[in-house]
Design a protein around this ligand. Sequence first.
Ligand SMILES: NC(=O)c1ccc[n+]([C@@H]2O[C@H](COP(=O)([O-])OP(=O)(O)OC[C@H]3O[C@@H](n4cnc5c(N)ncnc54)[C@H](OP(=O)(O)O)[C@@H]3O)[C@@H](O)[C@H]2O)c1
Length: 336
Amino acid sequence: MRAAMMTEHGGNEFLKVDEVADPQIKSGQVLVRVHAASVNPIDWKVGQGYFGLIPGQKMPCILGSDFSGVIEVLGHGVTGFAVGDEVMGLVAGGVGHTFAERLAVSAKMIVKKPANLSHAEAACLPLVGATSLNLLRNKVRPGDRVMIVGASGGVGSFAVQYAKAQGAEVIATCSAANHELVTGLGADRVIDYHATNPADEVEQVKILFDTVGSLDPEEYWSRMARGGVIGSTGTGPRDMDALVERYGKKIWLMAGMVDALKQKFRGKRRHGVNYKMVFGMPGKSAMTEIARVAEAGAVKAVIQKQFPLADIKQAFELSQSGRVAGKLIIDLTDAG
Ligand SMILES: NC(=O)c1ccc[n+]([C@@H]2O[C@H](COP(=O)([O-])OP(=O)(O)OC[C@H]3O[C@@H](n4cnc5c(N)ncnc54)[C@H](OP(=O)(O)O)[C@@H]3O)[C@@H](O)[C@H]2O)c1
């Protein structure tokens, strides 16, 4: 089969598309013919060696996190699925091996793809959806003010729609060029963070979701409703680059987690506001909820561009620009 893999940790020059052996399934797994996989920043961050502690990075390593495809073989003990089922899922951030024509994946990580979604649309949702659920699932009451920072990105575009579906009043931040997109996703108010500091524009926010991951909570404590929560996909306020520069690639994440813990204590003690790191966790429960809201039309996939597998480097470069609106898709039916 064809697959995109890192030959060693480093820049995009080490990302190669090549012929490799099909994966072997173990008990409890299914073999999937992958049709589409989405690009998530964690894919190239893992490739660059920023998450050395995550297992499964033996080189050459096939990157990728989430996918949509069709079951070709059922492993021993798998129930609830049949050969030919269209399925979607999240394997693992960055090391999920989804940028390949075939994937061996635990049946616990997948659900049937909603029929109203194409494979490309379904592949957009698992990681960004699981991340959004981690902060927003069953936490939003109708009328709650929810603020989504980075609303035009992969996580943000899911989060805006998911918060709205739960009845929130949604305030979103993005560049002016993406206002129409984000309004179309259901945001009640959109703030151009280049033109004004969003912290000066809001008050009584119940849930603040920093999907960019480098917001300084100090600016927002007094803008939050008591009992509210700030969630971050990073460790804020020091972003990955600042932490790596200070501590190196090996332990930057630990230092960031300590930062996040300090914010949590500070927020709770002084302001009655929680602070939480937000993770996209794989699993049946999250995938079932993502499929449910997608099937109901409450959350739609936003695809900026699709690339054949052979052009995955271009997709990574675009993702690395930090300017993607919605998601980038790798088309594995066009593997060259
Ligand atoms: N912890 C986890 O488990 C987890 C899970 C998923 C993602 N993440 C991390 O979360 C971050 C976002 O992921 P993603 O998939 O959403 O990335 P993405 O799709 O590449 O995000 C791109 C978007 O970020 C926006 N953006 C950049 N800087 C901004 C700022 N200062 N304020 C508002 N918007 C800004 C851009 O908006 P404009 O062009 O409109 O400015 C662009 O639309 C990444 O660092 C990723 O690694 C972590």
